[in-house]
Design a binder for this molecule. Sequence first.
Ligand code: SAM
Length: 397
Amino acid sequence: MCYAIPGKVIQIADNIISVDYFGETRRAKNEFLEISVGDYIYAQGGFVVQKIPASEALLSLETWQELFFKLKEIDQELAKQNKGLYQRANFLRQKHLGNACCIHGIIEFSNHCRNDCLYCGIRKSNSKISRYRMDVDEILEACRFAVKELNFKALVLQSGEDLWYTKEKLASIVSRIMKEFPALVILSIGERDLETYKELYQKGARAILMRFETGNPALYERYRPGKILSERLDLIRSLHDIGYLIFTGFLIGLPQQTEQDILNDIKLAGALNSEMFSFGPFIPHPDTPLRDVPKPSLDLALSAIARARIKFPQSRILVTTALETLDNENGARLGLLSGGNSLMINVTPLEYKRCYEIYPDRVGLNEDITRKIESTIKLLQSIGRAPTDLGLYIRGQ
Ligand code: SAM
């Protein structure tokens, strides 16, 4: 988004480039653009997504210069403590990844779903929600707005598992984004055949957001009727083999889930080569079979983030909207101070956003997008986070 710092290309070796951000060097893969040393670019998720004119970059860097070093100081100060679980996680995040923080836009383009997950408000048996599908042009307009007007560099395209979007429709969406307003395209469309995913990779999509929901096979099969955990895990592994960055994780607070399950799930997310961990609290929806289950505590959700950070110090860890919903005032801040270093902002057009009710009273449902961006920037600056890209293959380095 507008909270993004351009980097200067200082070295190129095949399709791996080194990028300078005020003296810090990160690597990024360039698959899509003509780039030379000295050019200015935006990178996301370790991929070069846009090249920008030097005049534009220099103007932006001038406004960032002073702030960049001030933010680092604020972050270092906040991360000095190394005592309790959360502080220790924050200390490790700062030590390994500095104050870099990535922000993705998410567009929820359909709430039709062929699945009947017991926890989810858009499950196919819920006849109470009004269903919508954005058509291809509407999706592209929402993406254009997010990239061109709001300056997002990474977009999550999410939907229920909706086969109305054929391979051809999805391919045309991805290839038009990459041609007309390039960004890191992250797909979150559920289980589709590998041929579809290969085609979408070929068109330029580079990441998949797919949680395994719970790594406990008995719970998985209870809460996702007709589904088998090993099939979901195999699919995630195959998507990694295709070349996608994997963003995965699980729900926290499902009934009968134990603390040991949560620890196992953190390990499993790591074993699936998760480039970004995405786990959020389960929030009961009144029109689902799990309506009477109590919400998990904020502490349970924060401790999962912190434990993941301690186990995988070099990871990206998403602070989810569900965590923000659990505690409107402080959820995002506390998540970022307990090991988190990534956020998502919902850029779905307002009339649709209200209907994508996976759980009720999602935070920010009525908030104007520019206000949301402003408050997010304010939050990030208050805790010293800067939007430099974290670079390529961070977990392996
Ligand atoms: N169809 C895609 C898939 O299967 O990955 C993405 C859409 S799905 C609705 C997105 C995520 O919403 C799921 O991975 C699940 O963890 C989360 N979710 C569903 N119901 C939820 C609830 N009641 N509380 C919190 N998160 C929920």
